[in-house]
Design a protein around this ligand. Structure first.
Ligand code: PEP
Ligand code: MG
Length: 323
């Protein structure tokens, strides 16, 4: 199966009945992008930009960031490239910004909350992303969105940066798609409202699971509870996809769940348009997709939503897929 998976890795991920899924890589460095392509990634669905900011004494400059984004885009050639703006917070302190100590960093000032309060850092990144978008297929998304106002505030700053670049005659892709991570339960609850503000959603099941289940993703004592296959989490995914598609936008999923073969029929059955995952898991995922058909996946997904435990979901999928 391993060998077969390697061959399939470089072909489109098509179900038996002909539906093609976009399969992208999650990366966190320049080096990762080579691995991603070797493993059959069709592009990058999530660049975690935190690595640019950690282990240093000052924030990365616009030029430094531009070089990194361009280097990745060059390796990707014309493949799509999704950059997520900085998702940092109290759990990973930066020596060059003053952060108040927080007793609950995962519920604190992280992601877009941090960026809206540290606008110099945010604007520098947005300038670098926009400049890198000139001549490359770049999309951008904001992490940890909880409210419509946050998206609007982030977009307003993004617009300001665009105006500045225009005035300075610096080229960028004015049609760049802008989206948000859906990883906070409030965002799911208002997904219909958020969908009118953006070009796409990307569901972050790592955080979505921890917040839906109120189970810290780093605490092994509650790991059993923090299970993305729990029907409560699957229902939030379902609700998000429905809101996105009703509004005519696409929706990807970039949490660890994308790499779990048990989840694959469910995610396809729920109508997810793109999966982004760690590069090593791509060949196996593509292999799993080629064995599925959509009608079957839809039936499995519908049943999964009605079950009462993650274990029940696992049993369902293994009974239907490898009986
Ligand atoms: C997620 O939360 O699922 C996600 C993809 O982002 P991160 O793991 O970087 O928080
Ligand atoms: Mg997250």
């Amino acid at each position: 199966a391993q060998q077969q998976a390697q061959v399939i890795a470089h072909q489109p991920a098509m179900t038996r009945d002909g539906k093609c899924m976009s399969i992208m890589a999650n990366i966190g460095s320049v080096a990762d992008v080579e691995t991603a392509i070797k493993n059959g990634a069709e592009g990058v669905g999530l660049l975690r930009t935190e690595f640019l900011y950690l282990n240093r004494t000052s924030a990365p400059t616009e030029e430094e960031q531009l070089k990194v984004y361009q280097a990745i885009a060059q390796v990707l050639e014309c493949r799509p490239f999704m950059i997520r703006t900085l998702d940092i917070g109290g759990d990973k302190p930066l020596p060059y910004v003053k952060l108040q100590p927080e007793s609950n960093p995962f519920l604190g000032k992280r992601g877009i909350r941090f960026c809206l309060e540290n606008q110099e850092i945010f604007k520098t990144q947005l300038r670098a992303i926009l400049r890198a978008s000139h001549g490359h297929q770049i999309k951008m998304m904001f992490p940890m969105i909880a409210t419509v106002q946050e998206v609007q505030a982030a977009k307003a700053i993004f617009m300001e940066v665009q105006t500045e670049l225009r005035q300075a005659n610096i080229p960028f892709d004015a049609t760049m798609q802008v989206g948000i991570m859906v990883e906070i339960p409030s965002a799911v609850a208002i997904a219909d409202q958020l969908a009118t503000e953006v070009d796409f959603f990307s569901i972050g099941t790592n955080d979505l699971t921890q917040y839906v289940m109120a189970a810290d993703r780093t605490n092994s004592q509650v790991a059993t509870l923090a299970d993305a296959l729990h029907p409560s989490v699957l229902r939030t995914i379902h609700q998000t996809v429905q809101a996105a598609h009703q509004a005519g936008i696409w929706v990807g999923l970039c949490g660890e769940l994308a790499a779990d073969p048990v989840a694959t029929p469910i995610l396809i059955g729920l109508g997810i348009d793109e999966l982004s995952l760690n590069p090593q898991a791509i060949p196996m995922l593509k292999h799993v997709i080629t064995e599925l058909n959509v009608a079957e996946a839809e039936a499995i997904a519908q049943t999964a939503l009605s079950l009462k435990s993650a274990q029940g979901v696992r049993t369902l999928v293994s009974a239907r897929i490898n009986p």
